[in-house]
Ligand binder design. Structure first.
Ligand SMILES: [Zn+2]
Length: 151
């Protein structure tokens, strides 16, 4: 296999998981009911599974692809691709860790409320970003502060 064949897999880890059915709240259902927590746990587990398969696939791919190229420019291209891959894998691993922490919070029934102000984060926001720990207002504020202080 020539270097360059890996370009397709060198993409961003999936920051979002979209392969699920949006949760429909029943009439009178309480926010973060047992059923709702189950929905988010399922979603996170599936997302994690998908990410782990991606990591496996790439590691396997890299081993197969680690040929010795006689041409130095081929070697350089391959090294570049590998380091890009590794950075992506690193981000994926961090994301998996975050997913694990979130599942932990679901198990402790400490999920779906803003860490900062305590309001409901909201089902739709959590479905778009299941690892969110802040409501949209606090998140926006945190991002503004981040930009200002450069932390
Ligand atoms: Zn908040």
């Amino acid at each position: 296999m020539r270097p360059g064949s890996m370009a397709k897999t060198a993409e961003q880890p999936r920051e979002r998981f979209t392969n699920f059915t949006p949760y429909e709240m029943k009439k009178g259902e309480e926010y973060m009911s047992a059923e709702m927590l189950e929905h988010f746990k399922d979603l996170l587990l599936q997302w994690k599974q998908e990410l782990m398969e991606e990591v496996d696939r790439t590691m396997h791919h890299m081993q197969e692809d680690a040929a010795n190229y006689a041409d130095p420019s081929d070697r350089a291209t391959q090294e570049e691709e590998f380091s890009l891959e590794l950075r992506t894998r690193d981000r994926e691993r961090k994301l998996i860790k975050k997913i694990d922490q979130t599942i932990d919070r679901i198990d402790k029934d400490d999920y779906g409320f803003c860490d900062q102000c305590g309001v409901e984060i909201g089902i739709r926001r959590l479905e778009a970003r299941p690892t969110a720990t802040l409501c949209i207002d606090c998140k926006t504020l945190a991002e503004i502060r981040e930009r200002q202080t450069g932390i």
